[in-house]
Write a protein that binds this ligand. Structure first.
Ligand code: OAD
Length: 262
């Protein structure tokens, strides 16, 4: 990554009054959480994401799909936020108006200290009743912690305590709409911001991929952090090629001096 690009990005970030940080799976990669497209590895490799992350898949084989999400939840519970997550939390302490929007279903932003991240695709930690969304749902008898299912194993989902319908993961599946409140808040923040930092997203899943474009159309500067080119490159004023855990602490340090991270 060129030092000059980092300095330019840091100047823009340091001067911005309203900032949005949009993250994708890449921000959690250095915490050991596989990116979505790498998630179907090991024993899960024989499955197709479309077979696991849909309502149809859950109805056809709830134990298989619940087992996959329990495996992912256990893996995330063992992971720790990385310097990228912590740098994003640091940006939020330095910029008065800073909204963090994530496509990730993990809780690593929260554990790094980010306030109220908007979860566009739901969360691994908020299961819900398949029949009545308002019913409180739990993970069943896992004593408060995630199960530790073996990779590739089937786990029967718990039943709702109120109506006995199956409990499902609290994530957005392919073909499902995004939670309306989250999407509205994300779009409003994108329209109002003067700088949007997009980190670790392939920029191919809509409507999340629209958010940097909304910000750019509304006059914001968009900066991207990703080791690879993405379809968002042309929207971005600056593309910082590197990983979140490397680039973000350096960006914060260059914008405001030393960080807690450095
Ligand atoms: P992807 O797995 O599609 O893309 C991950 C991106 O992160 C790629 O562009 C990588 O180059 C980049 N990347 C990898 N390691 C990185 C690192 N250490 N630092 C920074 N970037 C890194 O993940 P998303 O774009 O988040 O949706 O995927 C979006 C959505 O697609 C997911 O939320 C999921 C999936 O369908 C749903 O489940 C609804």
């Amino acid at each position: 990554m060129e030092a000059d690009l980092l300095r330019r990005a840091a100047r823009l970030l340091g001067d911005a009054r309203r900032v949005v940080v949009l993250t994708g799976a890449g921000v959690s990669a250095e915490s050991g959480v596989p990116t979505f497209r790498d998630a179907l590895t090991g024993l899960w490799a024989r499955f197709d994401a479309q077979r696991l992350a849909t309502a149809e898949a859950f109805h056809a084989d709830p134990d298989l799909v619940w087992g996959w999400y329990e495996w992912r939840r256990a893996r995330v519970a063992r992971a720790e936020p990385n310097p990228g997550h912590r740098a994003i939390a640091a940006i939020q302490t330095r910029v008065l108006d800073c909204t963090v929007i994530t496509q990730n279903v993990d809780d690593l932003h929260e554990r790094a200290g980010t306030r109220a991240p908007i979860h566009l695709h739901g969360s691994l930690f908020t299961p819900r009743c398949t029949a009545v969304p308002a019913h409180p749902a739990t993970f069943g008898d896992t004593s408060g912690g995630p199960g530790q299912p073996h990779e590739g194993s089937r786990v029967p989902p718990p039943r709702c305590a109120s109506c006995t319908a199956l409990v499902r993961p609290g994530v957005v599946w392919f073909g499902e709409p995004l939670p309306e409140t989250a999407l509205t808040a994300a779009v409003e923040a994108a329209v109002a911001c003067d700088l949007l930092l997009t980190v670790g997203t392939a920029g191919v899943v809509y409507p999340a991929a629209e958010i940097p474009q909304v910000a750019a159309r509304s006059g914001a500067t968009v900066i991207q952090v990703n080791p690879q080119p993405t379809p968002l490159d042309p929207v971005c004023a600056i593309n910082l090629r590197g990983t979140a855990a490397q680039v973000l602490p350096a960006l914060v340090a260059a914008a405001w001096g030393e960080t807690d991270e450095s």
